[in-house]
Design a protein around this ligand. Structure first.
Ligand SMILES: C[S@@+](CC[C@H](N)C(=O)[O-])C[C@H]1O[C@@H](n2cnc3c(N)ncnc32)[C@H](O)[C@@H]1O
Length: 201
């Protein structure tokens, strides 16, 4: 589900950037990797996360997708010099991604799973695309934050079938994604990493 103008004030402002910087540092701390061949960012928004991924993980190729064509246009403008074989932005739905099975060394999620109508399907897609021992890096938010007494009136998110911490972590495990020790979770959010079991799927 696309963001509304209130949420865009938050995610498109300078105040969002330190949170993404904090997340990428946590990702590196939780599970660093040699420069990967191919990685994916889902729900890339205006492209801040894509730049951080390029700098921190140095992938040979980063695919970054968002369901909102306006976001993809902004991301392409922001990272114009980097576009090419190393970085590709495209419009795509995180619930039905146009990439083959076991094609990604890592998938990055800066706060988008809670925007999916069917978030379990999103988790399945991530597990499907990860290579064995590939890594899912995530910063994610729970209803205690975005559906709390104030935010539920001003933000637009799917209302049905939401997930809290235990449900999110259990869905990852159910798809063969094993949580890396050291993830940080509160009742509002989680920052973590999970590796695809070598024997999975
Ligand atoms: C809360 S914003 C986060 C944007 C950016 N990742 C950040 O951290 O600032 C959620 C983003 O996910 C995108 N989005 C929502 N539903 C999506 C879907 N089904 N597939 C891909 N992107 C989606 C929205 O358009 C928006 O850019």
């Amino acid at each position: 589900m696309k963001t509304n103008w209130v949420e865009r004030l938050w995610i498109d402002g300078p105040w969002r950037i330190p949170f993404q910087v904090n997340a990428i540092r946590s990702f590196k701390r939780l599970h660093d990797m040699a420069p990967p061949r191919r990685v994916l960012e889902i729900g890339c928004g205006r492209g801040v996360g894509a730049r951080l991924i390029l700098e921190a993980f140095r992938p040979e190729r980063l695919e970054a997708v968002d369901i909102d064509p306006a976001m993809i246009r902004r991301a392409r403008r922001r990272l114009a010099p980097e576009l090419g074989s190393r970085l590709v932005f495209q419009v795509a739905d995180a619930e039905a991604l146009p990439f083959p099975d076991r094609s990604m060394d890592a998938v990055f999620n800066f706060g988008i799973m809670h925007h999916l109508e069917d978030w379990n399907r999103g988790v399945r897609e991530i597990a499907r695309m990860l290579k064995p021992e590939g890594v899912f890096y995530f910063e994610e938010f729970y209803p205690a934050l975005y559906a709390g007494p104030v935010f539920k009136h001003v933000l637009v998110h799917p209302r049905e079938n939401r997930f809290d911490g235990p449900q999110f972590r259990s869905a990852l495990e159910g798809e063969g994604l094993r949580l890396v020790e050291g993830y940080r979770e509160t009742r509002y959010s989680i920052i973590g990493a999970a590796t695809r079991l070598a024997s999975g799927g």
